[in-house]
Every structure is written in C-alpha cells, then in structure tokens.
Design a protein around this ligand. Structure first.
Ligand code: MN
Length: 207
C-alpha cells in the first residue's frame, strides 16, 4: 500500500506565495487521490506489492497492459508530488533565496547563468500546454537541462533519453496547483515558486 507522505512544513508555511487552502487541497485531495487510484490499480497484482513507486514508473513495460496506464498516471502523480513537496520550503529570511555559489557555477557552465536559467525555466513552464510539469534535470555526466512533461509524466519514465536525465527541481503547472490563488495568472505562480525553492534539497539531489 502506498501512503501519503507528510509535508516537511505546515500547510500555511508557504504563505503568501502558495496559500494554505491550495496546499491543503493539493496534498490531502489531489495527491491522496493519485495514491488511492494507484493502490486500486495494483490491488489485483500482489507481485508488485513490494515495488516502490519509483520502481513502478521506471518499469512500466513490465506491468500488465490492464494497469500500465493507471500506474503511469497515478504512480507518476504520487511520485511527482512527493518530489515537489521536498523541493519547497518556507520563505527564508534571505528573500533573494539564491542557490549556493557551487550551484551557480553549474548554471553558468550549462545554462548561461542563474538568471538565464530562471528565464528559460519560466518560459518552459509557461509553454506547457494543458497540464504538466517543468523540470530542471541532471544527466549521468552531471550536465543540467531544462525539460517539461505532459500530465504526470516524469523524465525518469522514459528509458530512452541519452544520459538518463533525472529531475532535481520541478514545478507542477496543473491548474489545481495555482487556480484558487492565481486563477489564470500562471506567470505569477511561477514567479512565486522561486521564493520557495529549497536549494539545499536541490543540491542534495544533484551532488
Ligand atoms: Mn499537483
């Protein structure tokens, strides 16, 4: 049985950027629903009981046809949201919320600098049509890329990308993530997100 992970902060702790009502709904309803539907899909297939959600979504080809799509969507939803909560943190005293100098060097090397990264990431998140995610990924040589995916897909599901990129930062751009507070203003939501990025966690995933 897959279960809802606790948030590493309170529902109201990301105010004023992510509001308490959205965080509560997003975690207890949306994320919980992905988990419930993942569990329901796996109910008949006890051979996958011990598989982690990461193992499930990176081995979709080994799953019975009947549940493959449900595991992709709901397993992906569970995995992506568990990831998302961890790369957020309450607003720091230091309002600029910059990454470390080591991380900035990597942005300089691979993405034209931190400001350029932010701009490209924002544009990528804005261009996601419908529901999906924007990602900062690292490949097996340590190179950074910006990517996006539709629905609840994640780059790690695709076993055919050269360098096997995996996310170290991600932004949920489903409307359920921002509509209560930002309505159609996705650009404002994306801007708000940068105040909340837990760079220490991003760097932990990187190095
Ligand atoms: Mn979401």
């Amino acid at each position: 049985m897959h279960t809802l992970p606790q948030l590493p902060y309170g529902y109201g702790d990301l105010e004023p950027y992510f509001d308490e009502a959205t965080m509560r709904l997003h975690h207890t309803k949306h994320h919980q629903t992905y988990i419930d539907k993942l569990n329901a899909a796996l109910e008949k297939y006890s051979e996958f009981t011990d598989w982690s959600v990461e193992k499930l979504i990176t081995n979709l080809g080994k799953l019975p046809e009947e549940i493959k799509n449900d595991v992709k969507n709901h397993g992906g939803g569970h995995y992506n949201h568990s990831f998302f909560w961890e790369i957020l943190k309450p607003v720091s005293q230091d309002k600029s919320n910059m990454p470390s100098s080591d991380m900035i060097k990597l942005f300089d090397r691979d993405l034209g600098g931190y400001e350029k990264f932010k701009e490209s990431f924002k544009n990528t998140a804005l261009r996601v049509f419908g529901s999906g995610w924007a990602w900062l990924t690292v490949d097996d040589k340590g190179k950074l890329f910006i990517a996006s995916s539709p629905n609840q897909d994640n780059p790690i599901m695709l076993n055919n990308i050269p360098g096997n990129p995996r996310p170290i930062l991600g932004l949920d751009v489903w409307e359920h993530a921002y509509y209560l507070k930002y309505q159609n203003r996705r650009p404002d939501y994306i801007e708000a997100f940068f105040h909340l990025v837990n760079w220490a966690q991003v760097e932990k995933l990187l190095f």
